[in-house]
Write a protein that binds this ligand. Structure first.
Ligand code: RM4
Ligand code: MN
Ligand code: MN
Length: 412
């Protein structure tokens, strides 16, 4: 049955002049990084529900990430948060070896600059120099950790901001933040990069020090060529055109990575591709378009993006949603690869508005599941990863051996 569907699709695509083998090769090379924190219990500020089998230690998180990679074949690295993933013996080399023994590598390192009581008024932008130094030091320690775990990305998200008008000098906060980022930037390992994430609001509600992509971009421009913007899909106001931000940053050579998730209202951290799959497809379309454009710096920037998931699974379990998330990214990418770019360029040049739109919308409508099944078969991973996971016995195994972890609230 699947084979028939695949043959029909290949014939159809071949008639459109699409090189299916090239698309399959691109799909096999796709990579999505999963976050260690996504395997642990998490929730909202109201409640963290304990999930039987949720990871309790970094090793368990790495085990789970390795299982997601085994099921999908395209999730070979794991992002870590410090100190959430700080080993008791501080042996990061052992952490790296453990990860590699399970078949995954450590990806982006994220300093938590939002957890300690000292950060009530901010971290790198705090009015108190002692607290700014504390935030700088933990970030610089993360640079050191990067070398030990073999990471090439320092991912900076700051909860910094103010809650009331007049609470602090907005201009001086900008200076403090940039000074702090400069110190951290200088401490990064060679040939690594800093990803500067922005977020509209929360936990600060009057002003956020890095509220939007333009602010992040400006910081990156002040820092140097190895600083790039990280786009978290949940960090914009409703209705913002994220794919346009993606296109703009690619063209500036400053798009560094993504935190994939989905939002309906605020920073909801729902499974990527569940609320707005068309948006995810359009984002991938911009990335594929830039990667194939022959235009610099857009092309090389698009070829060097850190694709990461950043989600909080509060009610849906841990492993199955993570596998599902990876698959949603795979599907969006496949559809984007199918967009007929030459015909699109011609329609755009001729000012054929509806024709151009229809070319893109039609690519989104293609059912790529037979193609993805074929790709998975050729990669030697399960053709239906969700079903394979359910049948694997892994969920029962971790449920029994781990039980329900005690909940500390928040993201722990
Ligand atoms: C923030 C942001 C960061 C994430 C934290 C836990 O909203 O998305 O990337 O690490 O949440
Ligand atoms: Mn994020
Ligand atoms: Mn977020």
């Amino acid at each position: 049955m699947l084979k028939d569907e695949y043959d029909i699709l290949v014939e159809k695509l071949a008639r459109q002049g699409i090189d299916v083998e090239a698309i399959k090769a691109a799909l096999k090379a796709q990579k999505i990084e999963t976050p260690s924190w996504g395997y642990a219990n998490s929730g909202t500020r109201f409640k963290t529900f304990g999930w039987a089998g949720a990871a309790r230690t970094t090793q368990e998180k790495l085990d789970d990430a390795a299982m997601v990679n085994k099921m999908t074949g395209i999730a070979p690295s794991v992002a870590i948060h410090i100190p959430w993933d700080k080993p008791a013996d501080d042996d990061y080399v052992a952490m790296r070896q453990y990860a590699e023994a399970q078949g995954v590598t450590i990806g982006a390192v994220n300093p938590n600059l939002f957890q300690d009581d000292e950060y009530r008024l901010g971290s790198l932008a705090n009015p108190d120099a002692t607290i700014r130094s504390m935030a700088q030091e933990i970030s610089m320690e993360c640079c050191d950790i990067m070398s030990k775990v073999g990471s090439k990305a320092l991912s900076m998200w700051l909860a910094d901001g103010t809650n009331y008008a007049g609470q602090d000098s907005l201009r001086h906060r900008k200076h403090r933040l940039l000074d702090g980022l400069k110190m951290v930037y200088a401490a990064m390992p060679r040939d690594s990069r800093m990803l500067v994430e922005y977020k509209l609001f929360e936990p600060a509600f009057y002003s956020t020090d890095l509220p939007d992509w333009g602010t992040s971009l400006t910081m990156c421009q002040h820092l140097g060529p190895n600083a790039q913007v990280l786009v978290d899909l949940g960090h914009h106001a409703a209705g913002v055109n994220i794919e346009q931000i993606v296109a703009f940053l690619l063209d500036e050579g400053r798009l560094g990575g993504f935190h994939f998730n989905n939002r309906k209202y605020a920073d909801d951290d729902l499974i990527v591709g569940t609320v707005n799959p068309f948006e995810l497809f359009l984002i991938y379309h911009e990335l594929v378009d830039a990667a194939q454009s022959g235009e610099e710096p857009a092309q090389s920037t698009a070829q060097n993006i850190a694709y990461m998931i950043d989600q909080s699974h509060a009610v849906e379990g841990k492993m199955a949603p993570m596998i599902y998330s990876v698959l949603n990214c795979q599907e969006a990418y496949a559809k984007a690869l199918l967009a007929p770019r030459k015909a699109l360029a011609a329609a755009q040049a001729a000012g054929q508005v509806i024709e151009a739109h229809a070319l893109i919308a039609d690519a989104f409508r293609v059912d790529v599941r037979p193609l993805l099944a074929k790709v998975r078969e050729e990669m030697g991973v399960p053709v239906d990863p969700m079903a394979a996971y359910r049948a694997s016995g892994y969920e029962e195994k971790i449920r029994k051996s781990r039980g329900v972890a005690a909940n500390l609230g928040g993201y722990q």
